[in-house]
Each structure stands twice: as structure tokens, then as C-alpha cells.
Design a protein around this ligand. Structure first.
Ligand code: ATP
Ligand code: MG
Length: 333
């Protein structure tokens, strides 16, 4: 068998090549990731020797998963990506929260008269040994209840779940309606996953060299109109068209899958009265970022002034960080 590089060797190489800066928190987290990885590989070998293929409750130490949390741009998705790439299990999957929730809803919809969740859990268990779940958050208690049931079964069946989130489990769904119904799920995360904080000093996204051509234009004036009209693409939408209407992740996912470039015009300043519009805009940017769509914007104010509502502050930090990274040369490549 060829000897693969360990995650820390990979990390050291990235640092030596100046692709990343050494970050003590990431370094510590990597060792947890490596431990999980080693155990999975050992378990797989064992099963192979016994000529048994049924994957159930793998004897991985105390944890059946990892929960990486921290502020935006701290490298959570990067480390998860590395773990995912290094994992030699055949049945592995990395999925974004929005995409996963769409699938859950679709499945439930297609099985109206049955107890859909156990069926779905079985399907996932049959096809997935390692499930990497990027950008986990809760903003809907009904979704939370679905996820909670599903994760309960998946953990019991031995599926390994790795999560990244901007929220510590205890801080998920802050001030949400019926938050108390979320508590058993939070307990489940505590019981089953190693909770690891990544909180380097800076948002690494903001350290990227920004392309000299800006694609975020403000304020809304004739000059901005001209700048925007230079981009030759069919996908031109106003903020009102995409974010004032009752649209959701599903609509944005459909759109993002069809386009490389999106021109989004007339983004207003997101004041507290624009609660729903803000929520949709956050989702839209998450989806465009996930699908690596090039984004050109015209807006009333600068990225810094775009959001002045306390309510979505934490989530909007991610949006702001992304809007900036989406203009970097690296993102555009
Ligand atoms: N130690 C580092 N040095 C330099 N760049 C880094 C480092 N760690 C991560 N990055 C880069 O910073 C960017 C953001 O990282 P990543 O997407 O993993 O952050 P995140 O924690 O998942 O953020 P979010 O909460 O917004 O999802 C990536 O382009 C990544 O390559
Ligand atoms: Mg991330």
C-alpha cells in the first residue's frame, strides 16, 4: 500500500510553500482529525480481514464525529476538505447544509404516507460511512427536528459525521422560536462529537490579494450603471427579484447550478426592517459561494455599510467575508 501523507505533513508542506500561515489552533485540530482518520482506516482493515462489510458502530474512541466551529474564515471548511480527501473509505460524502436540507425535504415529500425519516436514514447509512456536513446552522425549528431525528439514527448506525459551523452547539439557533425543543439535539452533539474551536486571530479570507478589478459597485448612480452594463451575461437580476420575493435556498440552488456569472443590481442597505430580505440575501450568497459563481453587484452602500441590523450580525459576518473573497483573484480562478 502506498503511504499517504499525514494531515500534519500536508499542513507543514502548505506552510513551507507559503500557501498558508501556521495557525496553532488549526494544528491542534488537525491531530483530532488525524486520530479519527486513523481509526476509520484501522476499522476498515479489520472488517476486510474478517471479510465483513457491514458498517455498524465502528469502534472509534469516544467520538463518532467532529464538530468544528469558529468565526468566519478560520479554515474550518479547509480542514474538513483535507480530512475528506485523505479518507480512504469508499462511501464518503461532503455536502452543504442547504443542499442536504433540500434532499431531506424532497425525500419526505416523495414518501408522504410512510415514515420517511427511518427510510432516509437507511438510505444514507447504506451509501455513506463518512458524512461531511459543511456550514451547519439552524434557522428553522421544523428543519432542526428533522435533522435531530436523522442524526440520532445515523449515529446509532455508525455513520461518522463531521460538521463545520459558525456556532458552538450550545449557541445554535439563538433566541429562536421553541428553542427548548432543540436541546435534546444539542445534547446529542455533545455526546457524539468532539467539539473543536477554530479561532485564529484573523479571517484568512480577508488576507487574500484582491483583484484590481472590483465587481462590487456603489453607490447607485450613472457611473455604477455603466460599470455594471459592461458585463455580458444573461443572468441579470435585481435584488428585489431575488430577495424581496418569498424565495429560498431551493430557488437559489437551481439558479446557481445553471450559471457561471450573476449580475445582482440595486442591493439596498439592509436595515432592520428588511429582516426577510436579509435572510434571503445571506442564503443567496452562501449558495453562490458554494457553487463558485462569479458575482457582480451594484449597491446603495459599500460592503462595510451594507448591513446595520444587529439581528443577523453573526451570519452576516460570513456574508461580508464572502462578498470580499468573491472578488479575490483566487476565487475568480
Ligand atoms: N492558516 C491559513 N493561512 C492562510 N490562509 C488560510 C489559512 N487557513 C485557511 N485559509 C484560507 O482562508 C479561506 C477561508 O477558509 P475556510 O473557507 O476554510 O474558512 P471557514 O472557517 O470555513 O469560514 P466560514 O465560516 O465562512 O465557512 C480559504 O481560502 C482558506 O484557504
Ligand atoms: Mg466554511
Amino acid at each position: 500500500m502506498t503511504h499517504k501523507k499525514s494531515l500534519s505533513q500536508e499542513y507543514e508542506k502548505h506552510v513551507a510553500d507559503k500557501l498558508i500561515k501556521f495557525d496553532a489552533g488549526q494544528w491542534t485540530a488537525l491531530h483530532e482529525l488525524q486520530t479519527l482518520l486513523d481509526e476509520l482506516h484501522i476499522y476498515r482493515e479489520k472488517l476486510a480481514q474478517l471479510k465483513r462489510w457491514h458498517w455498524k458502530s465502528p469502534p472509534v474512541t469516544a467520538w463518532q464525529g467532529l464538530y468544528l466551529f469558529g468565526d468566519v474564515g478560520r479554515g474550518k471548511s479547509m480542514l474538513m476538505e483535507w480530512l475528506y480527501a485523505a479518507c480512504e473509505l469508499p462511501k464518503k460524502r461532503r455536502v452543504h447544509f442547504h443542499v442536504f436540507m433540500q434532499e431531506v425535504h424532497l425525500f419526505v415529500h416523495q414518501h408522504p404516507n410512510q415514515n420517511a425519516l427511518p427510510l432516509l436514514a437507511k438510505h444514507i447509512h447504506d451509501t455513506t460511512q463518512l458524512l461531511c456536513f459543511d456550514e451547519f446552522f439552524i434557522n428553522d425549528i421544523a428543519d432542526a427536528m428533522l435533522i435531530s431525528q436523522l442524526f440520532g439514527v445515523l449515529f446509532n448506525e455508525g455513520v461518522i459525521i463531521v460538521i463545520t459551523s459558525n456556532y458552538h452547539p450550545d449557541k445554535l439557533y439563538p433566541n429562536g422560536l421553541q428553542r427548548e425543543s432543540l436541546l435534546p439535539f444539542i445534547d446529542l452533539l455533545h455526546a457524539k462529537t468532539a467539539i473543536i474551536e477554530l479561532n485564529g486571530e484573523q479571517d484568512y479570507r480577508l488576507t487574500k490579494p484582491i483583484d484590481t478589478v472590483t465587481r462590487y459597485f456603489y453607490p447607485l448612480n450613472a457611473q455604477t450603471e455603466i460599470a455594471i452594463s459592461q458585463y455580458n451575461t444573461k443572468a441579470v437580476f435585481s435584488f428585489a427579484e431575488l430577495c424581496d420575493q418569498p424565495k429560498g435556498a431551493q430557488d437559489y440552488l437551481k439558479l446557481a447550478a445553471q450559471i457561471d456569472t450573476l449580475v445582482l443590481t440595486h442591493i439596498p442597505q439592509l436595515t432592520p426592517d428588511k429582516h426577510n430580505e436579509t435572510r434571503r440575501f445571506i442564503t443567496l450568497i452562501d449558495v453562490l459561494y458554494e457553487y463558485k459563481v462569479m458575482l457582480i453587484c451594484s449597491a446603495e452602500v459599500s460592503i462595510d455599510e451594507l448591513h446595520i441590523d444587529k439581528q443577523h450580525k453573526h451570519d452576516f459576518d460570513r456574508t461580508r467575508s464572502r462578498l470580499i473573497e468573491m472578488q479575490s483573484a483566487q476565487y475568480l480562478r
